[in-house]
Design a protein around this ligand. Structure first.
Ligand code: ADP
Ligand code: MG
Length: 232
């Protein structure tokens, strides 16, 4: 997708290890994973189920703690930080999109995108302005007052994307965000996501099984033996 401007790593994983106990044995999911994503760069994470994609994304997004290794967000090491500071970084610098939208059902699309901004301390009026802009950008200007239950699957995921980037994070992590959508809708949602990455200079990592979509990103990586491997 063309050459990238010289820029610094928004996200860097260094020697990340993660293991889960399984009966008497141990499941080594990440075995010293190294991974770097630059500002404005989109990376597809393509690997079979059970290889550790969600684990990697959760650790990168400070939702889960690694057993060893370091996660740098915007150059800042996070492994040694306490919960409060990790939560702060997660709120300001990281956006997360899940396979299922996880929107709050009682709130409108607009309110769902306003909430993370207000939690962060923004005034309601400012939050509404940015939420309106983001949702309009994602083609939802006519759906601001709809609740999640009144939106299609593709619309719900676009609201979830708007919510994830509401606080202008440096890193966007998406865990099979189009996995529940039909191919046409997936394509549309993915297009919106890519456009947003291009426009904002976000670093994005998107786990997907959709190779067509993966080839529209700047880079593709996979997980093999607990390591992140670059694909062509
Ligand atoms: P993927 O997203 O690629 O499908 P996951 O990261 O969800 O893979 O899981 C990788 C492996 O780790 C799977 O075998 C899964 O069962 C296991 N696993 C994930 N989370 C836990 C956990 N909290 N406890 C035990 N095993 C887990
Ligand atoms: Mg997963």
């Amino acid at each position: 997708m063309g050459s990238l401007p010289v820029s610094s790593a928004a996200l860097r994983l260094q020697g990340v290890e993660r293991r889960y106990p399984q009966g008497d044995a141990t499941l080594d999911i990440l075995r010293g994973a190294d991974f770097e994503v630059l500002e404005g760069q989109s990376v597809a994470l393509v690997a079979p189920s059970g290889t550790g994609k969600s684990t990697l994304l959760h650790i990168a997004g400070l939702l889960e703690h690694q057993d060893a290794g370091e996660v740098f967000i915007a150059g800042k090491p996070t492994a040694g930080l306490g919960d409060a500071e990790r939560t702060r970084i997660r709120r300001t610098d990281v956006g997360f999109v899940y396979q299922f939208h996880h929107l709050l059902p009682e709130f409108s699309a607009l309110e769902n995108v306003m909430l993370p901004q207000m939690i962060r301390g923004l005034h309601k009026r400012e939050a509404a302005k940015r939420a309106t802009e983001l949702l309009s950008y994602l083609g939802l200007a006519k759906r601001l007052d709809h609740r999640p239950g009144e939106l299609s699957g593709g619309e719900q995921q676009r609201v979830a994307i708007a919510r994830a980037v509401a606080n202008a994070p440096r890193v966007l992590l998406a865990d099979e965000p189009t996995g529940n959508l039909d191919p046409h809708t997936a394509d549309h949602v993915f297009g919106a996501l890519s456009q947003l990455v291009e426009a904002t200079g976000l670093a994005a990592v998107i786990a997907t099984h959709n190779l067509d979509l993966a080839y529209r990103m700047h880079r593709r990586v996979t997980l093999q033996g607990g390591h992140v491997i670059e694909l062509e």
